[in-house]
Unconditional design. Structure first.
Length: 106
């Protein structure tokens, strides 16, 4: 029973980090969906969203590594996806910091 709970928690954290971190930006690339995701700009998601993705992916990574009851294939898969999301969130933060610095200099 503990295996299913830990596996479900780790999968939920990994998928939610992916959805929050990647899907909205993919939707913004297409001109037809800009109106449907306009709320992203209204709430300032591009400025604080990286932190949410960082926390979700970090917790999923730690939860996956510490659990010895999750099957090895699932641990490797979720670990790799979590590392990719961690890298994405840190890149996102660096781009925000560099963008804000450049916009204040210019």
């Amino acid at each position: 029973m503990v295996v299913k709970k830990e596996l479900a928690t780790a999968i939920f954290l990994t998928i939610s980090g992916f959805v929050i971190g990647v899907i909205p930006w993919i939707l913004l690339l297409f001109g037809k969906t800009k109106n449907s995701v306009q709320w992203l700009r209204e709430v300032g998601f591009q400025y604080w969203g990286w932190f949410l993705v960082f926390c979700l992916a970090g917790y999923a990574f730690i939860k996956t590594l510490r659990s010895k009851t999750i099957p090895k294939v699932a641990r490797i898969t979720m670990g790799v996806v979590s590392l990719i999301l961690l890298g994405w969130s840190l890149l996102w933060a660096v781009l925000i910091i560099c963008g804000l610095a450049i916009s204040t200099i210019v």
